[in-house]
Design a protein around this ligand. Structure first.
Ligand code: NAD
Ligand code: DAU
Length: 352
């Protein structure tokens, strides 16, 4: 049985918490260290079910704390890093780009440099090590409203401060492979949805608003297209790629599941109304078209053929089932949403 010690950054966030849960449960022989600063988006309540597991440790740390990260790597003899920590919300990046550059660019560089110094100090060097960086399809820019897809060969063309910062971090990761020989991997995934997503993002925000009879702000005309993947399918892909992906390679991850925002919103409304026992069409009047997001990318769509062909990954859930599960989860876990609205989740974080 191979023993590994892996730092998962951003493990208290949305996708990170699913990755931590998967690894802690699936690999009892591994030591899983969740390194997270606990920004507004970090919520340790996302991990209540695994926090007492013997192979799990939480460390509150900023990825920009280069010396702290290096010391942790040395003390724990870390041999793998799965890097998800980031500022992730496009709207926030439009108002506060500096925070995005700091965490997404400088933070990634700090992790890379810590890993370089520690791994190069070992007799075996980079042998058996892995630095896996989780990125986004947004680095490729925006597609026209046609049938083209982002492939691994698509040139980077980011538009928002968020995607520009993620693009920059991707380049740094690849540079550490090309310059120093660090065994890196980068994956670019499409929009995720599912339980534990911070309710500032479209799907949880709208489920929550419908429940509370609040308005649903649709940016622009609602015709922008996004490609949606259930978060547990992303976590399964990360597991597969961490263990079997080719070093220095890039994989796109997506479910071939494009939706115009307005059509997706109508599916969410219909599902929430049905689950709550409201009459059909009851919440449609909550839709309100508002000023568009600045620089709003028209369409994202990912071609994940390479991942399916080379590693046999396929999304496991049909979208209808994923949305049903997601809506039921947020309705059943009203307390989780309420704790975020009241700020109580921060008290829970402080007590850990
Ligand atoms: P999230 O905002 O829900 O969580 C981010 C986590 O990172 C939080 O727990 C936060 O506390 C932590 N964090 C932020 N700054 C930090 C710092 N300086 N030091 C340590 N921890 C810090 O994000 P998410 O939606 O789960 O996204 C995770 C990763 O996946 C990001 O890198 C994002 O770019 C990428 N991604 C997200 C999606 C998506 O649809 N959500 C799609 C593709 C890729
Ligand atoms: O594509 C992957 C990316 O998906 C990730 O890299 C990002 O971290 C993640 O936040 C997500 O970015 P988006 O900007 O696509 O997600 P968001 O949920 O913010 O918005 C989805 C779409 O819905 C987008 O076209 C903007 C629109 N929208 C969003 C909100 C919050 C609205 O119309 N109204 C809203 O209130």
């Amino acid at each position: 049985m191979t023993k590994r010690t892996i730092i998962i950054t951003g493990g208290a966030g949305f996708i990170g918490s699913h990755v931590v849960r998967l690894f802690v449960n699936k690999y009892p022989e591994y030591r899983i260290i969740n390194l997270d600063k606990l920004t507004y988006a970090g919520n340790l309540a996302n991990l209540r079910d695994v926090e007492a597991m013997p192979n799990y440790r939480f460390v509150r740390m900023d990825i920009c704390d280069f010396e702290g990260v290096l010391k942790l790597m040395q003390e724990e003899r870390v041999d793998g890093i799965i890097h998800l920590a980031a500022e992730s919300h496009v709207d926030r990046s439009i108002h506060d780009p500096f925070t995005f550059a700091r965490t997404n660019v400088m933070g990634t560089l700090s992790l890379l440099q810590s890993a370089k110094i520690y791994w190069e100090s070992l007799e075996e060097g980079y042998e058996g090590k892995r630095f896996y960086h989780i990125s986004t399809d947004e680095v490729y820019g925006a597609l026209e409203f046609d049938d083209t897809l982002f492939t691994e060969q698509t040139s980077y063309n980011p538009h928002s401060p968020y995607s520009a910062s993620k693009a920059s971090s991707d380049h740094f990761v690849r540079a550490y492979h090309d310059t120093y020989g660090m065994p890196t991997i980068v994956t670019n995934c499409s929009n995720n949805y599912g339980p534990y997503q911070f309710p500032e993002k479209l799907i949880p925000l709208f489920i929550n608003n419908i429940r509370q009879r609040k308005r649903l702000p649709v940016y622009g005309t609602g015709e922008n297209v996004r490609d949606w993947l259930y978060v547990e399918d992303h976590a399964r892909a990360i597991d597969l790629i961490f263990h079997r992906g080719k070093v220095a390679d890039t994989y796109n991850i997506g479910g071939f599941n494009e939706w115009r925002n307005i059509d997706l919103i109508k599916v969410i409304i219909a599902t929430v109304d049905r689950v709550l026992g409201n009459p059909e069409g009851y919440s449609l009047d909550l839709i309100e078209y508002v000023t568009d997001r600045l620089g709003h990318d028209a369409r994202y769509a990912i071609d994940s053929t390479k991942l399916s062909r080379e590693l046999g990954w396929m999304p496991s859930l049909q979208f209808e089932e994923g949305i049903e599960r997601t809506v039921r989860w947020y309705i059943d876990n009203e307390a989780w949403l309420r704790d975020i609205a009241t700020g109580d989740y921060k008290r829970y974080n402080e007590n850990k």
